[in-house]
Design a protein around this ligand. Sequence first.
Ligand code: TRP
Ligand code: ZN
Ligand code: CA
Length: 440
Amino acid sequence: MDLSRTPGRTAAAVALALTGLVAATAPAASATTTATPSAALAAPDIPLANVKAHLTQLQSIATSNGGNRAHGRPGYKASVDYLKAKLDAAGFTTSVTTFTSGGATGYNLIADWPGGDPNQILMAGAHLDSVASGPGINDNGSGSAAVLETALAVSRAQLKPAKHLRFGWWGAEELGLVGSKAYVNSLPATERSKFSGYLNFDMVGSPNPGYFVYDDDPAIEKTFKDYYAGLGVPTEIETEGDGRSDHASFKNVGIPVGGLFTGASRTKTSAQAQKWGGTAGQAFDRCYHSSCDTTANINDTALDRNSDAIAHAVWTLGTGSTTPPGDVHENTADVAVPDNGAAVTSSVTVSGRTGNAPAALQVGVDIKHTWRGDLVVDLVAPDGTAYRLKNSSSSDSADNVITTYTVNASSEPANGTWKLRVQDIATQDTGYIDSWKLTF
Ligand code: TRP
Ligand code: ZN
Ligand code: CA
């Protein structure tokens, strides 16, 4: 018996302890509730004329800089400057990061749309460099301009997305995905885990187009396929060069990816010409990596459809929240806490969320106990990281721990098995975990 604190025990404390024991016999509180997902907003039509105006600018940048926009050449940096000015004027937070490849400085352009959940990042990107042999208007002015115009549409709509939207234009893709690899490598693991998806657009206006959808993340793939189904245009899985564009850099570190492609040097089959039109027996892009990849090397219908598809994906995946705040996960099963004994845990398994837990994760705790100063309480994240909620205190003779703690769990992936860990570190008084819950 722990006599040291017996004098501290008052009649009131005993009465409270008895109240706690009465509560122990009451039925457990009710079960888990989950908030309803909010619907995505409808995307605007992306004006083809605006996308083509960007291509005209990229063409003139190439023309006045030796005919290309390649890594290490002045036409590349001029392309970055053109896009950056548009994005800055539209209210994006932009940054230009540098890397070195082949002895030349390369540049990535990143544009963040302020707002959205910083733990759920949706990124869309395109490589902005051309090969040295041409202006690179289809490869990849097309993807660059379509992503730019989608970003500008986000600004025109003054969109308030559930997710944080980020747009990126990569340097030195043509030299081996150099810029996108440098970007991904620059992200700490906790930052990488916040990406709910990366969408890639490389060659989306091929002159003899096919309609190819990357076969990577199923939810992203479905978003694009649904868009095309709505147009009544059949699609095929992209197979011409899996891993041959910047999405590979993201996929390699476990980020869900998807994208669109209209074909490069492969030949369109007669079956493909039948469903999509165009010329069978001819390459999707006869000017691939050539000097003739100019503004004349664009199929307007393909560029228009894919620009609208990009906006559809950004709006659908960015504004529709399948993981709303207020999502509650609870365990109401009682767990006895042994007197002066080993720690016990009660688990809550979270699934179906994306990204990390919030910076203000709410941990609702209901522990019945006759001397709560005996208790040490931790929240244990799925990876085993413990967050101390409460220390023991020999002077805290009150009963029960019934409160809500706020934990900054933003470095922890939300999904997985979380535990409430409770240990009673002094003799005499006992209790049990009545229930606890996590509110995301
Ligand atoms: N820029 C790419 C390259 O030069 C073009 C490409 C080829 C591509 N195959 C692809 C882009 C498949 C996306 C998907 O390699
Ligand atoms: Zn290319
Ligand atoms: Ca005790």
